[in-house]
Write a protein that binds this ligand. Structure first.
Ligand SMILES: Nc1ncnc2c1ncn2[C@@H]1O[C@H](COP(=O)(O)OP(=O)(O)OP(=O)(O)O)[C@@H](O)[C@H]1O
Length: 223
């Protein structure tokens, strides 16, 4: 799915009540099937941007058009359904359900999109190298293993747009290549658009298109 942001603004309230502008993006586009690495310094709004694109966070103004649908126009239940059906998300903090096993977390990712398929879930768990850990709950897994489960879960619902927030931050180099390869190949095979946030040049240099959030995000710096 293509992605288009037009005049998107988002501010937060500081604890003291003053406004903290985080996003002011006149224009940003990703073509269907395109793979883009996004870099930017800590706190510049990368996670906020992914949340705005997926409809988890509503922008203050502007349009976010995903596959021709303006997600900012959708009422919340439709936005949640749209996200479950079409968007795969690897969260920076994983968001795995602690009471369920690795495999169940992946199957649940499919269930929200109505695409439950145990065999495909097992295949994905195997492809992230966790066959021997599929019955472990998140608390029984290392941080890097939890990250790999979250990648398998994001791919499980066969999304049309993949948003990945530092998906290789907690894994060693061998697993970094495995995870990045899996995400990129799966997206390529199915013509899925990919926006991947990273701090790592090792990761970003593998992408044909690398964007620096600071360059297109025109946040006014308040004195
Ligand atoms: N709910 C919130 N309320 C107030 N301020 C917030 C909130 N969420 C984020 N912020 C602030 O907005 C800014 C952008 O946060 P965001 O998490 O998008 O940054 P980031 O670029 O993803 O950072 P990192 O690379 O460190 O993960 C930060 O300065 C953060 O402190």
């Amino acid at each position: 799915m293509s992605l288009e942001l037009i005049d998107v603004r988002k501010s937060y309230r500081n604890p003291g009540g003053t406004e903290l502008p985080v996003l002011n993006i006149p224009e940003f586009r990703i073509q269907e099937g395109e793979q883009v690495a996004l870099i930017g310094q800590s706190g510049c709004g990368k996670t906020t941007l992914l949340n705005v694109i997926s409809g988890i966070t509503r922008p203050d103004s502007g349009k976010v058009i995903v596959g021709g649908v303006d997600v900012t126009d959708l009422p919340e239940p439709s936005r949640d359904r749209f996200r479950a059906d079409r968007i795969g998300i690897v969260f920076q903090t994983f968001h795995l359900l602690p009471a369920f096993s690795a495999l169940e977390n992946v199957i649940l990712g499919m269930a929200f999109a109505g695409k439950q398929n145990r065999k495909y879930a097992e295949e994905l768990i195997d492809r992230v190298g966790l066959k021997s850990r599929m019955n472990h709950r998140p608390g029984q897994l290392s941080v890097g293993e939890q990250q790999r489960v979250s990648v398998a879960r994001a791919l499980a619902s066969r999304p049309r747009l993949m948003l990945a927030d530092e998906p290789t931050a907690s894994v060693d180099l061998a697993n970094q290549d495995l995870i990045l390869g899996l995400i990129r190949e799966t997206c390529r095979e199915h013509n899925v658009s990919l926006l991947l946030v990273t701090h790592s040049q090792e990761v970003s240099k593998q992408f044909d298109r690398v964007e620096h959030l600071n360059e297109f995000n025109q946040v006014e710096v308040l004195a």
